[in-house]
Design a protein around this ligand. Sequence first.
Ligand code: GLN
Length: 313
Amino acid sequence: MEEGAKNLGAILDAGAAFLERKSVDAPRLAVEMLASRLLGCKRLELPQHYARVPDEKRLAALRRGVRRVGSGEPVQYVIGGAGFMGHEFRVDPRALIPRPETECLVQAVLDCAPLWQGRPAVVDVGTGSGCIVISLALARPEGLYIGLDSSADAVALATENARALGVAERVALAQGEMCEIVDAGSLDAIVSNPPYIPSGEIERLPVCIRDHEPRQALDGGPDGLRVLSAVIQDAALALKPGGRVFLEIGETQGEAVKAALAAEGFARVEVRPDLAGRDRVAMGVLGEQTRCQGSGVRCQGEERGEETGASCP
Ligand code: GLN
């Protein structure tokens, strides 16, 4: 390494090499994310500044950030933000970091033309940072939105994000279970990226996930399906007939989730892949029910699973 003050280009090379030695995934990307945050520019604009020699303060901050990422902290927690659906979300260890796969889930909801014909009531179960429900509210102002999470910390973070992104008036965020908060048969759509990793696989996750992201946002019980099954059961109660459920699932869970959806009366059940070609999104339409007159609650033992309504394109 040459003597004297290094320019940004050389600093980024050295930082990436350091993170590579520490076996960090995508080391160059991580160091560029840190640098663009510190310099206040877009990552793709960094090459314009390669010849610059950063001031000592910024350099020290960059070094601290690189060290934290090198010791296993996710770069998004270090910089305190993550991009999702073209928006910047605040993230910290109170909630899961928004993932690109989850954008496929949001896109499936947005692409569902029949859902957007009126003013759909949409609930995001396990909202975490709020990335799903807030992105939906930003893309489709006509919807009515609720984001729920069992973690008060997550709800606080989602509330901060809703404020920062200007949708606090249009997205209700609350701590609690769907069945406590939502009336039976009242919703047009439920969307959820629940914890779906089997408990036994948690230990094998990369350190940056296993030791830093909230376990309750990851652990789906012995078979990974504990929360997914509960969400499906709750959805069957909370959705209107013809209402839709959209779930993020693990790549090996497609068949099990399809079966669980069918068993709860969902028709047009479909599993879609993410951009890597892995099963990632499961969806279904709640079968039309003959409802108890005036009660607003489904009768016991009614026939379920009829095809109804238009399928999503
Ligand atoms: N809904 C949030 C997300 O998609 C949190 C998901 C979770 O905690 N499992 O990022």
